[in-house]
Design a protein around this ligand. Structure first.
Ligand code: GTP
Ligand code: MG
Ligand code: ZN
Length: 287
């Protein structure tokens, strides 16, 4: 009998996936009865029934983390064993703050540490971009200001990503593949901005490893569904609001238009950013 080996799913399609064992990438059929995603460790046995080496996946190893998002109302794992989520913020195309806040809720729900990568600082950036950088820095999040194109700030980011498995997420065109390419020293396909409007350059999530850095480059998403999170989950992505709510003297306060409410107080003092508060309320409404 062939020896069972443990490999890592580095690329995943609906019917097949690539499993890396040492330096070899082995094509495998995805078993119908198991949900397997990029980042999963799997037990495989090589199959010798064709000229090509192929593997059969027996089962996946228990995951340390599962990153989930809703797709057409259903919760779906889309990356496994990720330790960090790098959320791209770019001035062109401008990443809306609500998009970042959604990712922060998803990160908190998965118990995975987020960081912000503010890309394209070489462009004369608009006020919204600068304001967003300040808002997220003030939350105590790591915000790396970089230029994927010209390399500024990338060595600091690369150093931070050592010994971590990081998924890069963000709008199409924000620069995920450009930055991944530079950090990994490989050439991933990137987008010609004006030429391919609306087209996602990266079509599948792939895991790349170089030295101590593991990066999953993911396809840009147009939007994220947030509606199925409950109020606790939503609140956990709004750390500063949760903290203020704990200092609110009213029991069962909804923190909306209540005189004397600590959340409203902190909001009026500017300790909670308006965009954060508004997005928090809008996510709750979707419950
Ligand atoms: N000026 C400037 N342009 C950048 C920078 N980083 C990336 N770009 C450009 O932005 C465009 C999109 O970059 P990609 O890396 O393909 O973006 P992506 O996020 O991977 O896009 P999808 O794969 O579609 O999700 C390319 O034309 C890059 O050259 C930067 O720091 N400065
Ligand atoms: Mg890409
Ligand atoms: Zn309150």
């Amino acid at each position: 009998m062939e020896k069972v080996q443990i490999g890592r799913v580095v690329e995943f399609y609906s019917n097949s996936c690539l499993v890396e064992i040492k330096e070899f990438k082995i094509p495998c059929k995805t078993p119908k009865d198991q949900d397997i995603v990029v980042g999963d460790f799997v037990e495989i046995v090589p199959l010798q029934d064709s000229s090509e080496v192929k593997g059969k996946i027996l089962k996946k190893v228990n995951r340390k983390t599962s990153l989930k998002r809703f797709h057409r109302g259903k919760k779906k794992v889309f990356a496994a064993n990720v330790t960090n989520i790098a959320i791209l913020l770019s001035p062109v195309p401008l990443t809306p703050k609500i998009f970042i806040d959604k990712w922060l809720v998803l990160s908190a729900a998965a118990g995975i540490e987020p960081l912000i990568v503010a890309n394209k600082i070489d462009l004369t950036s608009d006020d919204e971009f600068k304001e967003a950088c300040i808002i997220y820095e003030n939350l105590g999040l790591k915000v790396f200001k970089v230029s994927g194109k010209f390399g500024e700030g990338l060595s600091e980011l690369g150093f931070y990503l050592e010994d971590k498995t990081t998924i890069f997420v963000g709008k199409s065109g924000s620069g995920k593949s450009t930055i991944s390419s530079k950090l990994l020293g490989i050439n991933l396909k990137t987008k010609e901005l004006n030429k391919a409007k609306g087209v996602h350059t990266t079509s599948v999530s792939s895991l790349y490893v170089k030295d101590k850095i593991e990066i999953i480059d993911s396809p840009g998403v147009r939007d994220l569904e947030i509606e199925k999170f409950n109020s606790e989950e939503v609140l956990s992505g709004f750390f500063e609001i949760r903290e203020a709510s704990m200092g609110c003297k009213f029991k069962n306060c909804n923190h909306i238009n209540v005189a004397g409410c600590n959340v409203i107080d902190q909001l009026s003092k500017g300790n909670i950013a308006e965009s954060r508060y508004n997005n928090y309320l809008s996510f709750l409404k979707n419950e």
